[in-house]
Design a protein around this ligand. Structure first.
Ligand code: DGJ
Length: 544
């Protein structure tokens, strides 16, 4: 080799990997995470490809350097691909104008080391309808930072949404956070999106009754307020009648949050969403009567009946996501359907961590969700998988983690359907038009006898249509039998090929199907049987 060749080889040897790395970084630099609306089906693109958020939210006081070592192993055991973790205003700006990003930096570093993405939760003006996370200098200066006042004239533990000083302080802090994130993560995109505030709203009053807010309430509604079907001229009571108080609060709050989002996006335009403390039906009241705003839920939040109003008045907010803490099946499904709209992707930012909520992961993906995130997943809180806590969410994520990209694509194409067991509904049908899948929950299943169901109704199954006669099937404690409409399984149809396989990452964010064996005989004769093992089957069926 000539000396010229030697130099060239050395140079290439040293430089090529770096060049490739920098190309990879540049490539990802252009690929901001983004939400794409495909005719009402949503896709969340990460590195330019559909991504399914297998999320896990850590406890409120777990995003501290001293606690993070107890967080990462729990997320690993959960098989999550994304951690949701708070950023505390009180810590980040403990002194006005002085910002400390140590917690955020460690979150991002830790997530990268554990091969996770992050959703950051901005605990700013609101946390669960109160102001608990604002810095002490805000808490103690009630003149500069006005509180909400209840109808009896008493100030509350909630900042007023009608006070510009409150908004400006929050906006400023949030903008600093987003500027810092851009510097820290603007190329790599470990952080996928940001939740702005946490369950915003007012606990303790339906609206602000301070003299300032009272004057606004008795004046004409703002010209820029967007309503549907109702005249938007007149005072609040004239326009909204008996619901005027709640709409007043919702309007000023939606505008406030929208302004915080805009300030953050001006620095770094990641997708941003709000989460909602829902209005739950009150047991004593007739069906579908909901709790009182300001008591049963924080007034002004984007609860079920306020989604459209919030969408219109907070257009910079990309998504509104429901926090689900009732496992009543009707409530869960009504909620998912209410928040999945042609203008709002379905994203479940919080749901109970106990096993009884796990099957609703299947309901979420069957309803087009871009992601799902149980609350309280770490080893610092009260419920952990390691100390014998619930495991079914982890079982779901273990199954879906290697297939997440593929499933996200299928969801965005509207091809994923699911069946979720409920008490007394051990047999269900999934309808694909020319084909139907009969799902039977619980084992053993005997000929001529209805399926037994599982003890706690946790069975769940997913069927995705890959082609006219081809399906991808999985589930737990379920058997899935295909048939032509109006005929029993096995009549005038046959299984052409039932291939069990796994998804493997190919290192570039794609999922590659790896066949393992063909199922036949006992594995297919009475339906494809999915028990506790994480298993996928690609099925080809034919008519004769
Ligand atoms: C909902 C809140 O958004 C979370 O931060 C946490 O407080 C949970 N409730 C606790 O159940």
């Amino acid at each position: 080799m000539t000396s010229f060749m030697r130099v060239l080889t050395t140079l290439l040897g040293n430089l090529l990997p770096r060049l490739l790395l920098s190309t990879a970084l540049t490539a990802s630099a252009t690929e901001m995470p983004k939400l794409v609306n495909k005719n009402g089906h949503f896709e969340f693109d990460v590195e330019g490809r559909p991504y399914l958020i297998l999320g896990a939210q850590i406890h409120n006081s777990s995003a501290w350097p001293s606690v993070l070592p107890k967080v990462w192993p729990a997320l690993e055991a959960m098989h999550a691909n994304t951690a949701a973790a708070p950023v505390y205003w009180e810590q980040m700006e403990a002194k006005p104008g002085q910002f400390d990003f140590e917690n955020v930096d460690l979150l991002v570093k830790g997530a990268r080391e554990h091969n996770l993405h992050l959703v950051l939760l901005w605990f700013g003006t609101w946390k669960n309808g109160n102001m608990h996370y604002v810095p002490t200098w805000v808490k103690t200066d009630t003149t500069r930072f006005p509180r909400m006042v209840n109808p009896h004239g008493e100030p509350l533990d909630v900042l007023s949404a009608n006070a510009p000083a409150n908004l400006n302080a929050d906006k400023n802090a949030f903008a600093h956070l987003m500027r810092h994130l851009k510097e820290l993560d603007g190329e790599i995109h470990t952080v996928l999106m940001v939740q702005v505030e946490n369950e915003s709203g007012a606990i303790g009053t339906v609206r602000d009754f301070s003299p300032m807010a009272e004057r606004q309430f008795q004046s004409a509604v703002p010209a820029e307020m967007k309503t549907a079907g109702k005249s938007a001229s007149g005072t609040w009571p004239q326009v909204f009648g008996g619901e005027a108080d709640e709409y007043f609060q919702a309007y000023y709050q939606a505008r406030y949050v929208n302004a915080v989002v805009e300030a953050g996006k001006a620095e770094f335009p990641l997708p941003m969403y709000v989460n909602v403390w829902l209005a739950y039906p009150v047991a004593q009241l007739p069906e579908r009567q909901y709790a009182v705003p300001g008591q049963g839920y924080p007034s002004g939040g984007a609860v079920q009946k306020m989604i459209a109003f919030w969408k219109r008045n907070a257009p910079a907010v990309d998504m509104i996501g429901p926090d689900i803490y009732s496992d009543n099946p009707d409530f869960v499904l009504d909620t998912m359907r209410a928040y999945h709209r042609s203008d709002n992707p379905l994203w479940i930012p919080e749901i109970g961590f106990s096993d009884n909520y796990a099957k609703y992961f299947f309901s979420a993906i069957g309803n087009g969700a871009i992601g799902f995130s149980p609350f309280g997943v770490d080893h610092a809180g009260w419920m952990t998988a390691e100390n014998g806590g619930p495991m079914m969410h982890a079982q779901n994520y273990q199954l879906f983690a290697p297939a997440a990209r593929e499933v996200a694509r299928l969801i965005a194409e509207g091809k994923v359907k699911t069946a979720v067991e409920e008490i007394g509904q051990a047999r269900q049908e999934i309808d694909f038009g020319d084909w139907q899948a009969q799902v039977s929950f619980g084992f053993p299943q005997r000929d001529g006898v209805a399926p037994p169901g599982t003890k706690d109704a946790h069975g769940r199954a997913m069927v995705a249509q890959l082609g006219p006669d081809e399906f991808l099937v999985t589930g737990f404690d379920a058997s899935v039998a295909f048939h032509v409409p109006g005929r029993l399984p096995g009549l005038r149809m046959q299984i052409l090929r039932a291939e069990e396989g796994q998804f493997d990452g190919d290192g570039s964010g794609h999922n590659v199907w790896k066949p393992l064996r063909l199922w036949n005989g006992d594995e297919t004769d009475r339906g494809l049987n999915f028990r506790q093992q994480p298993t996928w089957v690609r099925l080809q069926v034919g008519r004769f």
